[in-house]
Design a protein around this ligand. Structure first.
Ligand code: AMP
Length: 114
């Protein structure tokens, strides 16, 4: 069996995290190294490595991740706006090979992100 990803270990409660939401498809927890007052990760239970690995069969799941990020943004009071980011691969700056959506907000974010 393939080794669990770091985020699967969080899902399985083997590694602690500040989990703020979960349902049958995804889990949301606070980033350990926050880049904004609100910085959470929306992570599918299904261990899809990268955005590149998302297939048409995962379309409903991908949509659910975005809709969950939007819901959490509202829960976090980000009425002034927020940013949703998916890093993909080495050039995209992805460091954990388990698909995740970053939700950042609570301050004015710069563009481009660098
Ligand atoms: P990425 O660079 O897009 O792959 O994002 C991975 C994110 O996971 C980074 O923002 C890290 O700070 C975050 N991260 C790494 N380990 C943990 C952990 N144990 N708990 C919460 N967030 C983590």
């Amino acid at each position: 069996m393939a080794e669990k990803t770091l985020f699967e270990r969080i899902i399985d409660r083997e590694i602690p995290a500040t989990i703020i939401y979960e349902d049958d498809q995804c889990i949301v927890f606070r980033d350990i190294n926050p880049q904004a007052p609100t910085h959470v990760l929306v992570v599918p239970r299904k261990p899809i490595p990268t955005m590149d690995d998302v297939s048409e069969d995962d379309a409903a799941l991908a949509s659910h991740l975005l809709m969950t990020a939007k819901k959490i943004a509202a829960d976090e009071g980000l009425a002034n706006g927020y940013r949703i980011v998916i890093n993909c691969g080495a050039d995209g700056g992805q460091s954990v090979d388990h698909l995740h959506v970053h939700l950042l907000g609570g301050r004015k974010l710069k563009w481009p992100p660098g």
